[in-house]
Design a protein around this ligand. Structure first.
Ligand SMILES: C[S@@+](CC[C@H](N)C(=O)[O-])C[C@H]1O[C@@H](n2cnc3c(N)ncnc32)[C@H](O)[C@@H]1O
Length: 155
């Protein structure tokens, strides 16, 4: 339904958990190299449980390489603590790309500066940032919720 992009992820359990979120929402997981772990890492698969093999994963050498393949009208949102616009103010559309940064450094400043209009934040207090997988869950399920608006139940 959506495209979740992790730029240079470093911690295997985070990527494993994001994989489960993507499977649960019929979304594609895009992983942009370099990674801080091997894709065979046991912790990655443990966090993804038995489901990792079912996750639709695409691997990219760089973010520009991924961006080149993106087709209009698919849009990109850069999820960062450094944005002024809250994620709940976006009207998400199926096919949107939700781009998240690495655990230690977030997304590159130059990328954020070049895409200010498309940067979104999860408003919060008392901490510098949320865990990567938690941040993905919050934004991804808001995007899913918007698509389901008006439908009852969990089907
Ligand atoms: C652990 S955070 C990175 C921390 C980094 N120091 C920063 O400020 O971006 C990893 C990623 O989770 C996402 N994230 C975590 N908390 C967030 C928030 N409150 N708003 C938006 N994105 C957040 C961002 O994509 C971020 O790049």
């Amino acid at each position: 339904m959506f495209n979740v992009v992790l730029v240079e992820p470093e911690i295997p359990p985070n990527t494993g958990n994001v994989g489960r979120l993507c499977l649960a929402t019929e979304s594609t997981l895009h992983l942009v190299k370099p990674f801080g772990f091997s894709l065979d890492d046991r912790q990655l698969k443990r966090a993804g449980l038995d489901y990792w093999e079912d996750v639709e994963v695409k691997i990219w050498d760089s973010l520009p390489a991924l961006m080149k393949t993106k087709r209009a009208p698919d849009r990109c949102f850069f999820v960062t603590t450094k944005a002024k616009r809250a994620y709940w103010d976006v009207k998400f559309q199926p096919g949107d790309y939700l781009v998240f940064g690495r655990e230690t450094k977030g997304l590159p400043e130059a990328l954020l500066a070049a895409n200010r209009e498309s940067c979104i934040a999860i408003p919060m207090h008392g901490t510098r940032s949320l865990n990567l997988a938690t941040a993905v869950a919050i934004v991804l399920f808001e995007a899913v919720r918007q698509q389901r608006s008006g439908k009852d139940g969990v089907e």
